[in-house]
Design a protein around this ligand. Structure first.
Ligand code: FES
Length: 186
């Protein structure tokens, strides 16, 4: 079970979505039975349940935030950390598990300094374990965003992360060049 997340600063879009959520809560009655549909609505809009959203929901239903959190952690469908720009899903279905999926997961956790279900503070990477993703012949499998990486040997983890880092640095350089070019045009 996850520990309650330390609070990620909300992005401008998330803060705006939270305002909309506060308005949308009025459509739900204040019975506790509405908790799950409300949490689903919040997660649909924000992709996770930040502490401020949990507080809003709790006050709407007259519950303590820790009670809401306690119920939410009971269901696998809820996330408590924002999805990273690179969303790493490590398959721990049977075929992947017997081929060392848990070691792959551990390697990602160690390299990124976060645990399953968490996100790096810069929101670049998040890790989650998933059940069979349907390509058992490629076990062990890791899915990063939409790309399936088959036969992910533990030694490949570092290379994969390095690849993203290089890509990110290249993009930052390009953005900078672009920005410098624009400022010279003016
Ligand atoms: S168990 Fe991992 S893809 Fe099926």
């Amino acid at each position: 079970m996850h520990e309650q997340s330390k609070e990620f600063e909300l992005t401008a879009e998330e803060a705006a979505a939270l305002d909309e959520i506060a308005g949308a809560l009025g459509r739900f009655g204040q019975e506790r039975g509405n908790l799950i549909p409300i949490l689903q609505m919040v997660q649909e809009r924000l992709s996770y349940l930040p502490p401020r959203a949990i507080e809003l929901v709790a006050s709407h239903l007259g519950m303590a935030p820790c009670e809401v959190y306690g119920v939410a952690t009971f269901y696998n469908q809820f996330r408590f950390h924002p999805p990273g720009r690179y969303r790493i899903k490590v398959c721990l279905g049977t075929a992947c598990h017997v081929k060392g999926g848990d070691i792959i997961l551990e390697n990602f956790e160690r390299k990124l300094g976060i645990r399953d279900g968490e996100t790096t503070p810069d929101r670049e990477f998040s890790i989650e374990r998933v059940a069979c993703v349907g390509c058992c012949a490629l076990a062990p499998v890791t899915v990063i965003n939409e790309t399936v990486h088959g036969h992910t040997a533990p030694s490949k983890v570092e290379g994969l992360l390095l690849g993203f880092q290089i890509e990110r640095e290249r993009k930052e350089r390009e953005d900078k060049k672009h920005a410098d070019g624009e400022s010279q045009d003016h």
